[in-house]
Design a protein around this ligand. Structure first.
Ligand code: UD1
Ligand code: UDP
Length: 368
C-alpha cells in the first residue's frame, strides 16, 4: 500500500485536484490517500471543499489578510515540514503554479520525497507574467519527479527544459473532469440576485498580481464605460477577496447602475451556471480560459501573455491586455457584430476529455 499526500491551498487547486483525490480514493487497495490543505485561501477554499465533499487530514490555516509572498511561502514551508515528518508519504501531489504548489514541493524535496506535478508544463516564458506563477511553474519543473502535462504543448515545453520524457504523462486537464462532473450531477445552479436571466450578460473576474494598480483601474473604467454604453446588457462581477482587487473594484465601478452586479465569490456550482448563462467572459483567470471554451463562450483575457495558447489557437479566447479602450473595443465588437461573436463562440475543448484524473492515477499506479 502506497501513501499519497495531496496538497493544495487555493480555490482553483481545489477545483482541479478534487477529481484526483476522488480517483485515488476509488483505489483503496492500492493507495492510502490523504489531503493536506495549506489554507492559502480560506473562505474561497472552504467553499470548494464543501462542494466536493473533501475532508482534509491537515489544514495549515496559513492565510492572514493581505499577507505578502514572503509570509505565504515561509508559512507553507514550515507547515509542510511537520506534516511530511509525521506522514512520511511515498508521494506528494501538487498542482499548478501557486505558492502552495512550489513550497510544498520544496518541502517534500528537502525530505527526499518524490513529487508529482498536476498541470505541469504551462509556460509563458516571461517570469513576470503571470507573477510569481511563471517562476513557480518553472521551479516545479525542476523540483518534481513526475509531470502530468494537460496537453501536448505543455509536454513540449517540459522537453525543451530537458525534463525526461519518461517522467511526463499527457493526461488532459483535470478541470474538464470536474466540469463534466458538475454538468452530469445537474447541481449547477445560478445564484439569485434579482437579475433578469433572459438578458445578455458579460461575466467578469480578475485577480492577477501584475494587474494590481493601473491595470485594475483601467479594467474598472472600461466596465463603467461599457455598462453605460450597453444598458441592455448585464455586467456581473463576483469579486475575488483580495483587498487589492476588492478596493479598486468597489471604489471605481459604479455598482449603483441597474445593469451592474458586484457579487461575493461564487461557489463552483454557481459559477458554472453563470458561465453557461453568460454571453461572453472578461477575465484574467487561468482556469476560466480552459472552462469557457467547453461551453462555447468567448473569453477576452485581460493579460498580455497566456500559458494556454490552445484556447487562442482554437479561436475561443483572445488576449486584450489591460488598456481601457482596447477592452472596450473588443467587448463592444462581440456585443454588436454577430459574425465576430459566432467566430469565437463555437464549443472547443482542447484541454481534455474528462479522464485526466484516471490517467494520473494509472501512471502513479504503474510507476510508484
Ligand atoms: C493565489 C495564487 C494564484 C491563483 C489565485 C487563485 C499565488 C502566489 N497566487 O492568488 O496563482 O491564481 O490564488 O485565486 O499563489 N483572501 C481572502 N480569503 C480567501 C482568499 C484570499 O481574504 O479565501 C485575501 C487575503 O487577504 C489574502 C489575499 O486575498 O492575503 C491574497 O491571497 P493569495 O493567495 O496570496 O493570492 P491570490 O491573489 O489569491
Ligand atoms: N470560480 C468560482 N467562483 C468564482 C470565480 C471563479 O468557482 O466566483 C472558479 C472558476 O470556474 C475557475 C476557478 O475558480 O475554475 C478560477 O479561479 P481563479 O480565477 O481564482 O484562479 P486561476 O484559475 O487564475 O488560478
Amino acid at each position: 500500500m502506497k501513501k499519497v499526500l495531496v496538497v493544495f491551498g487555493t480555490r482553483p487547486e481545489a477545483i482541479k485536484m478534487a477529481p484526483v483525490v476522488k480517483e485515488l480514493c476509488r483505489r483503496p487497495d492500492e493507495f492510502e490517500t490523504k489531503v493536506c490543505v495549506t489554507g492559502q485561501h480560506r473562505e474561497m477554499l472552504d467553499q470548494m471543499l464543501e462542494v466536493f465533499d473533501i475532508q482534509p487530514a491537515y489544514d495549515l490555516d496559513i492565510m492572514r489578510p493581505n499577507q505578502d509572498l514572503y509570509d505565504v511561502s515561509a508559512r507553507i514551508l514550515l507547515g509542510m515540514r511537520d506534516v511530511l515528518r509525521t506522514e512520511q508519504p511515498n508521494l506528494v501531489l501538487v498542482h499548478g503554479d501557486t505558492s502552495t504548489s512550489t513550497f510544498a514541493a520544496l518541502a517534500a524535496f528537502y525530505q527526499h520525497i518524490p513529487v508529482g506535478h498536476v498541470e505541469a508544463g504551462l509556460r509563458t516564458g516571461n517570469i513576470y507574467s503571470p507573477w510569481p506563477e511563471e517562476m513557480n511553474r518553472q521551479l516545479n519543473g525542476r523540483l518534481c519527479t513526475w509531470h502530468f502535462a494537460p496537453t501536448e504543448t505543455a509536454r513540449q515545453n517540459l522537453l525543451r527544459e530537458h525534463v525526461d520524457d519518461a517522467h511526463i504523462a499527457v493526461t488532459g486537464n483535470t478541470v474538464i473532469d470536474t466540469l463534466h462532473w458538475v454538468v452530469a450531477s445537474g447541481k449547477a445552479k445560478a445564484p439569485q440576485f434579482g437579475r433578469d436571466e433572459s438578458r445578455r450578460m458579460v461575466l467578469i473576474t480578475g485577480h492577477r498580481r501584475e494587474n494590481f494598480g493601473d491595470g485594475m483601474k483601467h479594467i474598472c473604467q472600461a466596465i463603467n464605460a461599457l455598462s453605460e454604453q450597453f444598458r441592455d446588457v448585464d455586467f456581473v462581477y463576483p469579486i475575488h477577496l483580495n483587498p487589492n482587487i476588492r478596493r479598486p473594484v468597489q471604489e471605481i465601478i459604479d455598482g449603483s447602475r441597474n445593469n451592474v452586479y458586484l457579487l461575493v465569490p461564487l461557489s463552483y456550482l454557481e459559477f458554472v451556471a453563470m458561465m453557461q448563462q453568460s454571453t461572453l467572459i472578461l477575465t484574467d483567470s487561468g482556469g476560466i480560459q480552459e472552462e469557457a471554451p467547453a461551453f462555447g463562450k468567448p473569453v477576452l483575457v485581460m493579460r498580455d501573455t497566456t500559458e494556454r495558447p490552445e484556447a487562442i489557437e482554437a479561436g475561443t479566447a483572445r488576449l486584450v491586455g489591460t488598456d481601457r479602450s482596447t477592452i472596450e473595443q473588443h467587448v463592444a465588437r462581440l456585443l454588436t457584430d454577430n459574425e465576430a461573436y459566432r467566430a469565437m463562440s463555437h464549443a472547443a475543448n482542447p484541454f481534455g476529455d474528462g479522464y485526466a484524473a484516471h490517467r494520473i492515477a494509472d501512471y502513479i499506479s504503474a510507476n510508484l
